[in-house]
Design a protein around this ligand. Structure first.
Ligand code: MG
Ligand code: ZN
Length: 170
């Protein structure tokens, strides 16, 4: 079957929410970055599926638990839902290289590849927005277009440009 879905992958900390705190694992600490709701809406209105792909090594380090991460993601989805935005799925790596080796921690691309396979994503119409070089490496390895942003910046303009195909057409 032909992969036909357009997709936007978002890194979480530093893209969706402010990452000034090193770890965000309490709902009360979630501060959405300016413009993120508008940016997501632009992508959704242009037919993109929306995914979150995030490293959460605090789990491996024992700082917080899977349930903490799931609670934050449920909270985020509920907030986006208020603006009629649907996050199709969240993918996170709970590992840390000092604790256990894995293939899912960015800059590896397994999480992206899982989403691409499961949701039949057309890699020629897939973008990864991240605030770290490791996000860009993961994007390259998965064969999608990476967009490096400044941490916690407003990405509305980038969303418009991607949707107008001014940037990132492979
Ligand atoms: Mg980040
Ligand atoms: Zn992992």
């Amino acid at each position: 079957m032909i992969n036909s879905n357009k997709a936007i992958f978002f890194d979480r900390d530093g893209v969706i929410n402010d990452n000034t705190l090193y770890y965000t694992y309490k709902i009360a600490d979630v501060v959405f970055n300016d413009g993120i709701f508008d940016a997501m809406k632009i992508f959704q209105d242009n037919g993109y599926l929306i995914f979150v792909v995030t490293n959460q090594s605090g789990i491996a380090k024992g700082v917080y638990t899977h349930n903490d991460v799931l609670a934050v993601h449920q909270f985020m989805s509920a907030e986006f839902k208020k603006k009629s935005i649907t996050i199709t799925n969240y993918y996170y790596c709970p590992h840390h290289p000092e604790k256990s080796k894995c293939l899912c921690r960015k800059p590896d691309s397994l999480l992206l590849e899982k989403a691409i396979a499961r949701y039949k994503v057309d890699k020629n119409n897939a973008h990864f927005i991240g605030d770290m070089e490791t996000d860009m490496i993961a994007a390259n390895r998965a064969g999608v277009k990476g967009h490096l942003i400044e941490s916690n910046s407003n990405i509305v303009e980038l969303a418009r440009k991607i949707c107008q195909h001014e940037v990132g057409v492979l």
